[in-house]
Design a protein around this ligand. Structure first.
Ligand code: ATP
Length: 512
C-alpha cells in the first residue's frame, strides 16, 4: 500500500496504535473520558514538540527568504490565554452571546443564524440553498442570481421558497453558500451558543468577573502589536508568531483530535503595507504549502484550495484572498479537511482594537513617509491537526513485518530518532549500548535503549513508534567494534564501526 492511499487506512487501527504505543490517550480515561479532550503520551508529546519546534525554527529562528529576496522579518510572542473580555468584544467573538451563530469560512464573517434566511428551489428544500441577509433586497436578488446560475436555468418565483437557517438539516448546510461568496459549503452549521469557554476571575464570581479562554491565539498578537513595534527594531513588513492553546466549546467534537475542545494553534500575523497584501498573501500561501510538503505530507493527500477572490467583497479592495491547506484524512477521504488557513484579514482587527481600545495603532512608515494601518496576512495552522496528519500519513500497513504496520515518519519529526539494543544482557553488551545511547542522545535527543525481549520484538516496537534507525550490539561488537544498523523503511541491515554511528546518524537525519 502506498502512503497516498489514505482512504483505505482505518481510523480505528490508527487510534489503537496511538494508544498502544503512547501517542495519544483519551483524556480522563479512567473516569470514562471527557468528550473533545485528548492527552498526548510520551511518543505523542515528543512528536508534537518536534512539529512545534520545526514550525518555530522555520518561521522565527531561521525564517524563509521572502518575495523581495531578503529573509522575512518575524519575531515571537507568548501571550496569555485569558485577556480582558473587551478583547473578545472588539474581535467580534462575544457578539450575541447566547444566539446561534454561523460562520462564513471564506469571508470570515459571522452571522446570527436567525438573521439570515435561505432560498431554495422548492418547498421540500431539496434544491441548492443559498443565503441572504434578512430584509435586504439586494442580497436576496444576489442569492437568486447565484441559484439561477448554479442550476443553469431560471427558477420561477412560485418554485422558490425561503426558510430560516435554523430549520436546515446537516446535509442542507453542506450545500449552503454565504452571502459574500460563490461556492457552496462556506457556512458552518449554526452553533447554538458561543464557542468560548467562560470563567470567572476572583472569588465573587459575579457577571462583572466573567472572562474567557481564548478561542484563537491571533488576538493576543493584535493587542501586542504596538508593544512589539515599540520594544524591538522591527519595521513593516514584519510578522509576529505565536504557538499556544486555544479553546472552543465545539458542539460536536469528532474525528479523534481533528475537532477538539482544547487544541493548539501555530499562528503568524504578518503586517504589511496595504498595497503589498497580494504579494505577501501569495508568498505565505505558497511557502506554507511547501513547508507541509517538506515534512512528508505530499502528493495526492495535500491540497491547496484557493477561495474565489472575486467573491470576497470586503477583500476586493486589496485584491488579496483566502486559501486553505487541506489534508486527506482517512475520515474525510476522498475529501479533505482543513489543516491551515491562509487569509488576508485586511486591517480589520487592528481597526477594531484601535476603536474599542481607544488607542492609535497606525504605523508611521519612514521610507514612504506615510501613516497607515497595516494589512494583515494570517497563516493559521492547527498543531494537533498537523500531528494527526503526520500520524495518518506515516501509518503504513505491511503484512510482511511482525508488527504488520510501521510508522514512516520523516526523520526530522520522528519522535524517537534512534534505538540502541544489546543483543543479549551479558558479556558487557548492555554497558556498551548504554554508553552509545548516552553519546547519541546528547546530540540527537530522543534515543531509546532497550536491553530486554527478543530482538524481533524490539524491532517491531520501534517500527510502531516510527524510529528510523536501530543499532544492535552483538558478539562481533566485542571483537571488531562494529554494530548492526537496521533501516526502518528498507529493513536492510549493515554493519558499521561503533565510532561511525554518530556520523552515520547525523548524515541520515539531515539528509531527509
Ligand atoms: P473549522 O472550519 O474546521 O472549524 P476553522 O476555519 O474554524 O476550522 P480557524 O479558526 O481558521 O479554523 O483556526 C485555524 C486552525 O486551527 C485550523 O486550520 C485548524 O487546524 C485549527 N483548529 C480550529 N478548530 C479546531 C478544533 N476544534 N480542533 C483542532 N484544531 C482546530
Amino acid at each position: 500500500m502506498s502512503n497516498a492511499d489514505n482512504a483505505s487506512k482505518s481510523m480505528t487501527d490508527i487510534m489503537a496504535l496511538c494508544k498502544r504505543r503512547g501517542f495519544i490517550f483519551q483524556a480522563s480515561e479512567i473516569y470514562g473520558g471527557v468528550n473533545g479532550f485528548w492527552d498526548y503520551g510520551p511518543q505523542g508529546a515528543q512528536l508534537k514538540k518536534n512539529l512545534r519546534d520545526a514550525w518555530w525554527n522555520d518561521c522565527v529562528t531561521n525564517p524563509p527568504i521572502g518575495p523581495d529576496g531578503d529573509e522575512v522579518s518575524i519575531v515571537g510572542l507568548d501571550s496569555c490565554i485569558i485577556q480582558n473580555p473587551k478583547v473578545w468584544e472588539a474581535s467580534g467573538h462575544v457578539g450575541g452571546f447566547n444566539d446561534p451563530m454561523v460562520d462564513c469560512k471564506e469571508s470570515k464573517r459571522r452571522y446570527r443564524a436567525d438573521h439570515i434566511m435561505c432560498i431554495c428551489e422548492d418547498g421540500d428544500q431539496e434544491g441548492l440553498i443559498f443565503a441572504y441577509l434578512e430584509g435586504d433586497d439586494e442580497s436576496l436578488a444576489q442569492a437568486r442570481k447565484k441559484l439561477d446560475k448554479n442550476k443553469k436555468r431560471k427558477i420561477e418565483d412560485d418554485k422558490l421558497c425561503t426558510c430560516a437557517f435554523l430549520e436546515l438539516s446537516a446535509e442542507e448546510w453542506a450545500i449552503t453558500v454565504g452571502p459574500d461568496v460563490k461556492d457552496p459549503g462556506s457556512l458552518t452549521e449554526p452553533r447554538a451558543f458561543n464557542l468560548m469557554f467562560k470563567t470567572y476571575l476572583g472569588a465573587t464570581a459575579t457577571e462583572d468577573d466573567i472572562a474567557y479562554l481564548r478561542p484563537e491565539t491571533a488576538q493576543g498578537i493584535f493587542i501586542n502589536y504596538k508593544n512589539v513595534l515599540d520594544s524591538t527594531r522591527v519595521k513593516v513588513p514584519f510578522g509576529i508568531a505565536q504557538t499556544g492553546k486555544a479553546f472552543r466549546n465545539e458542539v460536536t467534537p469528532r474525528n479523534f483530535t481533528f475537532r477538539s475542545r482544547e487544541f493548539e494553534q501555530m499562528e503568524i500575523e504578518f503586517f504589511c503595507h496595504p498595497e503589498e497584501s497580494r504579494k505577501w498573501y501569495e508568498f505565505w500561501r505558497d511557502w506554507r504549502m511547501s513547508w507541509w510538503e517538506s515534512l512528508g505530507l505530499a502528493g495526492d493527500n495535500l491540497l491547496l484550495r484557493e477561495h474565489d477572490k472575486d467573491e470576497l467583497a470586503h477583500y476586493a479592495k486589496t485584491g488579496a484572498g483566502t486559501s486553505d491547506i487541506e489534508y486527506r484524512f482517512p475520515f474525510t477521504a476522498p475529501g479533505f479537511g482543513e489543516l491551515e488557513g491562509v487569509a488576508d484579514r485586511s486591517n480589520y482587527d487592528l481597526k477594531q482594537h484601535a476603536e474599542h481600545g481607544n488607542t492609535k495603532l497606525e504605523y508611521f512608515d519612514q521610507e514612504r513617509n506615510e501613516r497607515y494601518l497595516p494589512n494583515v496576512i494570517e497563516p493559521s495552522a492547527g498543531l494537533d491537526r498537523g500531528v494527526l496528519s503526520l500520524l495518518c500519513e506515516a501509518y503504513t500497513p505491511d503484512p510482511e513485518r511482525p508488527s504488520k504496520v510501521y510508522m514512516k515518519f520523516n526523520p526530522r519529526i520522528a519522535p524517537t530518532k534512534a534505538a540502541v539494543f544489546p543483543l543479549v544482557k551479558k558479556d558487557g553488551m548492555p554497558e556498551i549500548g548504554k554508553k552509545l545511547q548516552t553519546q547519541l542522545r546528547k546530540r540527537f535527543g530522543a534515543v531509546d535503549f532497550d536491553p530486554k525481549q527478543s530482538i524481533g520484538k524490539r524491532y517491531a516496537r520501534m517500527d510502531e513508534v516510527g524510529c528510523p534507525y536501530c543499532f544492535t550490539i552483538d558478539g562481533d561488537t566485542l571483537t571488531d567494534q562494529t554494530v548492526t544498523v537496521r533501516d526502518r523503511d528498507t529493513l536492510s541491515q549493515e554493519r558499521i564501526g561503533i565510532d561511525k554511528v554518530e556520523g552515520f546518524l547525523a548524515e541520515k537525519l539531515s539528509a531527509e
